[in-house]
Design a protein around this ligand. Structure first.
Ligand code: NDP
Ligand code: MG
Length: 405
């Protein structure tokens, strides 16, 4: 396959590059894109020689060019910048598969371009479907684009379904680790620090999603994603807190059978499956090498069934303390522009929290305020999503001035 990796310098992007190293006869890189970490992108460009490299802005463009010349890369790839560059890297680099792994709303337009181009999209970026799922899913049906989930919970469901459609599902149970603050109450959350919020007990991920896991907004986003991906109403979607993060989700079929997917907490498994579906590539050390050229075994940890046997627990989420989950569910049910407003306000508020401007519980306080200030409307275009995103971001900043410490 010809693969474009958007967000190549991030946690998901680096895992995907690791897979590209392991399976050089399966993956040819046609584009690599990132934001500002050009120093991390350059060696990958030198190694994989994509046709296109895309970065944040003109300054990063110049920096990348210089580093690549120093590294002796000749010919240079086409180096692009800005949102247009990300879009071209996705849809005009000759890729047939796009790994959409930019963090946040910046992932929306490149994902949309890949969908319009009828490509296969390995979708990690949650914000695309949260903000624009009502538009993206019908577009994918029109263009023939295939959206394969990367997020571990949706990958679990995708793996369990094995090609069956969502209509076979009676109920989905998304598992949640509960994040670093599981068991705490609202008054405890008032005091937590940025460092504590950014230490996830199970998964190593980018800052924004780690913070979203601490508020449990991420699980709310995942409910909205699951609603779109599997075409299921919200009353068939549930969340179970499962602190061991071994079972990645559960599908209940209409005949009463419940299928659980379990595995290591390593995103390379779900990224690889999104690329290899319906096949599976050998990821474990000592897997038999089915004739792969230059194959090197990955160091994927193995899910040790015996170790966990008797220790797996599932509990109801605390929606009162982790109000984000209830808020996202509500926005999903309302539909239209509500999830996009939620998502944009949340992104701005998380940035403010990480920069130390507001407290942890202020994140959801601000999101609620913005949701109240901007009533939901019917969703008619992506331009509307983008404009609302700016407005929700602006309002979040402005409301935060009353909270600043
Ligand atoms: P990271 O923060 O680790 O990486 C984000 C990537 O996006 C970086 O390459 C960054 O570039 C790039 N980026 C950010 N803003 C822009 C922009 N404006 N233009 C171009 N590139 C940009 O995030 P993760 O890898 O953890 O997550 C990526 C996405 O996948 C998120 O939407 C997340 O919710 C989702 N996801 C992640 C999981 C995980 O385990 N990490 C699990 C499930 C979903 P740079 O750093 O160079 O500036
Ligand atoms: Mg997840």
């Amino acid at each position: 396959m010809k693969l474009a990796i958007l967000g190549a310098t991030g946690s998901i992007g680096q895992s995907a590059l690791n897979l590209a190293e392991a399976f050089p006869d399966k993956i040819e890189i046609s584009a690599l894109a990132c934001g500002r970490k050009v120093g991390l992108l350059a060696p990958a460009v030198a190694r994989h020689r994509p046709r296109v490299a895309a970065v944040y802005g003109p300054e990063e463009c110049g920096q990348l060019r210089e580093i690549l010349i120093d590294l002796g890369v000749n010919p240079l790839p086409e180096i692009l910048c800005g949102p247009e560059g990300q879009i071209s890297a996705a849809a005009q680099s000759g890729a047939d598969v796009v790994l959409s792994a930019i963090a946040g709303r910046a992932g929306l337009l490149p994902t949309l371009a890949s969908v319009r181009a009828g490509l296969t999209i390995a979708l990690a970026n949650k914000e695309s479907l949260v903000c624009g799922g009502e538009l993206i899913m019908p577009l994918a049906a029109q263009s023939g684009a295939e959206i394969r989930p990367v997020d571990s919970e949706h990958s679990a469901i995708f793996q369990i379904l094995g090609g069956l459609s969502g209509r076979h599902i009676r109920r989905l149970i998304l598992t949640a680790s509960g994040g670093p603050f599981r068991g705490l109450k609202l008054e405890d959350l008032e005091k937590v620090t940025v460092e504590e919020a950014l230490s996830h007990p199970r998964w190593s991920m980018g800052q924004k999603i780690t913070c979203d896991s601490a508020t449990m907004m991420t699980k709310g986003f995942e409910l909205i994603e699951a609603h779109h991906l599997f075409n299921l109403p919200y009353d068939r979607l549930e969340v179970a807190v499962h602190p061991q993060s071994v079972v990645h989700s559960i599908v209940e079929y209409h005949d009463g059978s419940q299928m659980h997917q379990a595995g290591p907490t390593d995103m390379r498994l779900s990224i690889a499956y999104a690329l290899s579906h319906p096949e599976r590539w050998p990821l474990l050390p000592q897997s038999p090498n089915p004739g792969l050229v230059n194959y090197f075994p990955l160091e994927l940890p193995r899910y040790a069934f015996n170790q966990w046997h008797g220790h797996l627990t599932f509990e109801e989420p605390d929606r009162e303390t982790f109000r984000a989950l209830a808020l996202a569910e509500e926005a999903g049910r309302v539909g239209g522009t509500a999830p996009a407003i939620l998502c944009s306000a949340n992104e701005e508020a998380v940035d403010l929290f990480i920069s130390g401007a507001i407290g942890f519980t202020d994140i959801i306080r601000l999101v609620e305020q913005v949701m109240e200030a901007l009533p939901a409307e019917a969703l008619t275009s992506i331009d509307q999503v983008v404009a609302l995103g700016h407005e929700a971001g602006r309002l979040t900043k402005s409301f935060s001035l009353d909270l600043r410490r």
